[in-house]
Each structure stands twice: as C-alpha cells, then as structure tokens.
Design a binder for this molecule. Structure first.
Ligand SMILES: CC(C)(COP(=O)(O)OP(=O)(O)OC[C@H]1O[C@@H](n2cnc3c(N)ncnc32)[C@H](O)[C@@H]1OP(=O)(O)O)[C@@H](O)C(=O)NCCC(=O)NCCS
Length: 171
C-alpha cells in the first residue's frame, strides 16, 4: 500500500491545492482553450465532465501500488486557479517512481507558473522515497520541455507513443 497523498505545496507565488471535485466549475473555464490540447490530444471538458473526472481521480487508483496525486495551481495574488499538476506515483521494491504532468490555462501562460509549480512538486517528491521522476513530452513542445528541464529532468532516448521520456534520477 502506498502512503502518498497530495498535501498542499506552497511556493513563492503559488499554492498547489489537492484537487477537489468542487473545483471543476472554475477549472472548466481555466482549461477552456482548445489550444491546450495541441500536443496532448483531446478537447476541453465541460464542467460536468470535469467534475466526474475529478471525482474519479479523488477516489484514487484501484491499484494499491499506485497513488494518483492531483493539485490545482492557485495564484495567491490574483486569488484564482491557473492550472493543474499531476503525479502518478508507483511504489516498487526500490521506493517509488513518479510520472508528472502539468497544464496552465492560456491567460496565465508565459509567467513561469508551470516552472514554479513543477519545481515545487519535484522538491516535495524529493522528501519521499522517490527514486525516479518521469515526464513524457512531445518532441515539438518547447514550453513543456523547458518546464521539465527547469524541474531537473533531462531527455532520454526513449519514446512512448511519439513522446520523449524525460527523467530525473534522485537516488
Ligand atoms: C506547457 C505549459 C504547462 C507551460 O506553462 P507556462 O506556465 O506557460 O510555462 P512557463 O511560463 O513556466 O514557461 C516555461 C518555459 O516555456 C517557455 N514557453 C512558454 N510558452 C511558450 C510557447 N508558447 N512557446 C515557446 N516557449 C514557451 C517559456 O519562455 C519558458 O522558457 P524559459 O524558462 O526558457 O524562459 C503550458 O504551455 C500548457 O499548459 N500547455 C498545454 C498543456 C500541455 O501540453 N501540457 C504538457 C503535458 S507534458
């Protein structure tokens, strides 16, 4: 059984709040730009669909070795949600591996929010017995590659569904 749970994470401008289904209405607006799906596929979800998805995520993974940790990214000065951050943590015989991903709504992009959030998450993961942090990024997705690099990950020569595996080995 894994012991990971998404506690709040505070960085200089942001509070990463553990996801709740009630955030779906605000997040549906934050994530409403179809351009957010350019590299990852799919289309923006309605508030209703997002609420159902968030309810599933909060309920947690059916596999006891896997923890689904999700946060909304809150910009404290503007008292608003700006995006989401995800860590899927799989316990193994060496500790745990985390797969991370991020989304920032179009109006808040290019302000270093994804970078600050990802750095805060990786710092938190370092406090747990996480030996590897992984992200899968489309080869043309410069912004996401920059976020991963700033969080300490480096690209590998491994690909998965056309995406490059980025990795940080902690110990
Ligand atoms: C990837 C994403 C989260 C970046 O969010 P952000 O808050 O704008 O990122 P930051 O402001 O921290 O910028 C990170 C870097 O990307 C660069 N960048 C941001 N937007 C960019 C763009 N559209 N084109 C090129 N570079 C961009 C920034 O200049 C910065 O680079 P630097 O550190 O060298 O200055 C955001 O573009 C997004 O949500 N995209 C859609 C969802 C997605 O694809 N998620 C990734 C799944 S792995």
């Amino acid at each position: 059984m894994t012991t990971f749970s998404p506690d709040p994470i505070r960085t200089s401008r942001l509070t990463l709040l553990p996801l709740r289904a009630e955030y779906a209405d605000e997040m549906a607006v934050v994530l409403s730009d179809p351009a957010l799906h350019t590299f990852t596929g799919g289309t923006p979800a309605s508030a209703e669909d997002l609420r159902a998805r968030y309810e599933r995520w909060v309920t947690g993974s059916p596999d006891p070795a896997v923890a689904w940790c999700n946060w909304v990214i809150r910009l404290r000065d503007e008292a608003c949600m700006t995006g989401t951050l995800q860590a899927t943590i799989t316990t193994d015989d060496r500790g745990a591996a985390a797969e991370i991903a991020w989304v920032v709504g179009t109006p808040w992009q290019r302000r270093g929010i994804a970078t600050e959030a990802a750095q805060g998450l990786v710092a938190r993961l370092r406090q747990h017995p996480v030996h590897t942090v992984v992200a899968h990024i489309h080869p043309d997705h410069k912004a996401s590659a920059a976020v991963a690099a700033a969080a300490g990950l480096t690209p590998t020569d491994q690909r998965h569904d056309g995406e490059i595996r980025w990795q940080l080995t902690i110990g």
